[in-house]
Design a protein around this ligand. Structure first.
Ligand code: ADP
Length: 450
């Protein structure tokens, strides 16, 4: 309902503004039209009186009027006065009861009793008794009446006009606010149905609403990712922890009931220790995976020298006697999160150590092709059979289940590796042959990693 209130408010304000502007416009029109009408009356006055001066002639000292002299023309009455201001010819309009001194060449506004008049006097010199006065008069246009008519029309038309303006504003606002309603409806639907997969989906038009909708959609996508990751975490944790917890529980029960010698107790404790280590590895792996999926562990990309990073990780990883060869091309730089990339390489290296014989060989390689930067870990260990190769990237997938009790192995390492590769815009490949060895390669397209 909030959106409706805003629409109502804006419509009201727009209508008020429109009323104000119309009032102002009306006043302006009245003012200007009054000026124009008065000016045209005055022009008519000047024109007629001046035309009449040309119709005066003097013959033998006598004033003569030609037949074109106009005593009354187009609302203008012309009168002839003597020098002493005595009326010689013409008829003062009956309605005029005013007085005005003679002033040559000036238009005067005089109150004539019932209405106002414009007067123009012209002195026509020479000849008979040294000249005469020509006085023209015209009734000033009744602008008051015009104004009253206009106001009356406005009073009748204005409400209809304002109603139309309000309706128009309302329709335009309703149309403009439609995306907002869509945003509201989607958010409400997500809230009510808990369906985080819904999106507003406005076309990216670039206006404020579609930018807001895009931001909301991104927010919903993050929420969905986060929610899914959490759900997955809960499901995985409860599923994967069940076995070690059951083993620990039965080891405890067995130990309490049957273990008699210190050796037996030691064995039970070792079983419990192995399982707790396994659980710890599993939980920390799961947490890292969840954070990566949720986006809480956001990659912070910086320029990284792949060779230097590989050398450092090799130094930090326990290689347990394996022979490691490094073939690191210098100057291969990528835009990457160094912590995540180190974790990727560490996982691959630890796997290589785990799945090769104690005297096995491991090769770490950094290389570059025209299209890609490559980071590779190869070993001559037990290898992976072709039917398993696709699956090793899945969570909890382990080929050799006999090793699943290995404290550090939870089947999460390669899932994390492939996720880190994806976060960097790259991907992983695996080439492997049973009993010959495996080769894991990270491919980072060079266009993303200048
Ligand atoms: P984990 O190592 O914890 O078991 P991973 O996800 O790292 O889990 O690996 C999944 C499975 O892929 C391993 O259990 C193993 O069977 C197989 N694997 C991974 N790396 C190698 C390797 N270098 N050589 C042989 N098998 C491997």
């Amino acid at each position: 309902m909030k959106g409706h209130n805003v629409k109502r408010k804006i419509t009201l304000w727009l209508t008020l503004l429109m009323a104000l502007l119309t009032g102002l416009l009306l006043a302006f029109v009245l003012m200007v039209s009054r000026g124009v009408v008065e000016q045209s009356a005055q022009e008519q006055l000047c024109h007629t009186v001046q035309a009449n001066t040309a119709q005066l002639t003097y013959h033998d000292g006598k004033l003569n009027l030609t037949e074109n002299f106009m005593f009354y023309y187009n609302g203008v009455t012309t009168l002839i006065y003597s020098k002493n201001e005595a009326l010689l010819a013409g008829q003062v309009p009956v309605a005029f009861h005013g007085q005005a001194p003679f002033a040559s060449g000036l238009v005067q506004e005089v109150d004539g009793g019932q209405s106002r008049y414009f007067l123009l006097d012209l002195w026509v010199p020479d000849g008979w008794d040294n000249g005469v006065w020509l006085r023209g008069m015209i009734e000033a246009p009744a602008t008051g009446q015009t104004a009253r008519n206009l106001l009356l029309a406005a009073v009748i038309v204005l409400p209809a006009f304002l109603l139309l303006a309000a309706l128009g504003s309302w329709l335009i606002l309703r149309r403009s606010f439609r995306p907002l309603d869509r945003i509201h409806d989607t958010a409400a639907a997500i809230g009510e149905a808990k369906d985080l997969s819904r999106r507003i989906g406005l076309p990216p038009g670039g206006d404020e609403f579609s930018r807001l909708a895009t931001t909301f959609d991104q927010l919903f996508a993050r929420l969905e990712r986060s929610f899914e990751a959490e759900k997955q975490f809960a499901a995985d944790a409860s599923h994967e922890l069940r076995t070690p917890v059951a083993i620990i529980k039965s080891a405890c029960e067995y130990g309490l009931r049957y273990d008699e010698t210190p050796e037996e107790r030691l064995e039970t404790l070792q079983t419990i220790h192995r399982q707790t280590e396994h659980m710890a590895g599993l939980i920390s792996g799961l947490l890292s995976m969840t954070r990566l999926e949720q986006g809480t562990e956001r990659p912070s990309m910086v320029k990284v020298d792949l060779g230097q990073l590989a050398a450092q990780v090799m130094e930090e990883t326990a290689l347990n006697g394996r022979t490691v060869t490094a073939r690191l091309s210098p100057g291969v730089t990528v835009m990457a999160d160094p912590a995540l990339l180190s974790r990727l390489l560490r996982n691959l290296l630890e796997n290589a150590v785990k799945f090769t014989a104690p005297k096995g060989n491991i090769l770490v390689e950094v290389a570059q092709t025209p299209a890609e930067n490559l980071l590779r870990v190869a070993d001559d260990g037990i290898g992976i059979a072709p039917e398993h190769q696709e699956n090793v990237w899945q969570r909890f997938y382990q080929v050799d289940t006999a090793r699943s009790e290995d404290a550090s192995g939870a089947g999460l390492g390669l899932a994390m590796v492939s996720q880190i590769a994806r976060l960097h815009g790259g991907f992983m490949t695996l080439e492997s042959q049973p009993d010959k060895g495996s080769r894991f390669t990270l491919h980072l397209p060079r266009s993303n990693h200048k």
